[in-house]
Ligand binder design. Structure first.
Ligand code: MLT
Length: 271
């Protein structure tokens, strides 16, 4: 299992290898890199290198020591994984929590950002009420465990009614997350920065994707991000809610491949 040994964490990643421009995938809460399996295959099929990683505490990465896993930590770990692979720059694709981390990456590692894909996410921070809910959720996850989290979250992440196969896969992904990681990430999301004012300075091509029926990060959030980013394309995915890559993989992959070919194609020097 490939591991990037960073100064204070062991980050599990998957890398399809090669010298083509790279795409780094950052997963949603409380899933892990397995959620990107179809996109990894599609990205390679479109002619690119695909890398995905588990945030600390999730999948095969080492546990996070502290009470809150911040989006900055995930972003710095992502930069660490790229450096460990000698990848100078990459397109960073994050969905929901992965999008929060991708925005932190854009703010902290601008020189490594070739393009940005923000899926089913938002640039704003939580309000006071939202932060309280995150803490209550963290405590409940610690007390009741990840099967409870799967039961709570799965319906909110998908269209109604969900696709049965996608629903099974999503519940299984959530149920294998460690309660401590769920709590730390919930607290970390509560602490995340408001990136709205920084969007206009993200001077790379951006793709903003959103499921038409996303209730957690509704299409209006994506419209606002796409309007504020200087070089953005907005794609709404019919028949999907929040986990648009798992609910409508073909439409997601088509939009992603078209964006990558247009912006990271032959003219972009390999990393
Ligand atoms: C996610 O899908 O990563 C989370 O639902 C995001 C959030 O709770 O803000």
């Amino acid at each position: 299992m490939p591991i990037a040994e960073l100064s204070d964490a062991r980050i599990h990643y998957t890398d399809t290898g090669g010298s083509r421009p790279a795409v780094l995938f950052l997963h949603a809460f409380p899933l892990d890199q397995e959620m990107w399996a179809a996109q990894m295959v599609a990205t390679v099929g479109a002619g690119f290198r695909a890398i995905a990683m588990d945030a600390r505490g999730f999948g095969g990465s080492s546990a996070h020591g502290g009470p809150a896993l911040t989006m900055e930590t995930i972003a710095d770990d992502a930069a660490g994984v790229l450096r460990s692979l000698a990848v100078r720059s990459a397109a960073v694709c994050g969905l929901s929590m992965g999008g929060y981390a991708a925005l932190a990456f854009a703010a902290r590692h601008q020189e490594m950002l070739a393009a940005l894909v923000l899926a089913d996410t938002r640039a704003g921070a939580d309000d006071a009420e939202g932060k309280k809910k995150r803490e209550a959720f963290a405590l409940a996850a610690l007390e009741k465990g990840s099967p409870w989290v799967a039961g709570e979250m799965a319906p909110k992440l998908q269209k109604d009614p969900p696709d049965p196969a996608a629903d099974r896969a999503i519940r299984a992904l959530i149920a294998k997350a460690q309660p401590a990681a769920i709590a730390a990430a919930s607290r970390g999301m509560a602490l995340r920065a408001d990136h709205r004012a920084g969007l206009e300075f993200i001077d790379v091509p951006a793709l903003v994707l959103v499921g038409e029926a996303d209730k957690l990060t509704p299409p209006a959030e994506s419209e606002a991000m796409a309007a504020a980013l200087p070089h953005a394309t907005l794609v709404k995915i019919p028949g999907a809610a929040h986990l648009s890559n798992l609910e409508q993989p073909a439409a997601f992959d088509r939009a992603l491949a078209a964006f990558l070919k247009q912006h990271l194609g032959e003219d972009t020097p390999p990393a």
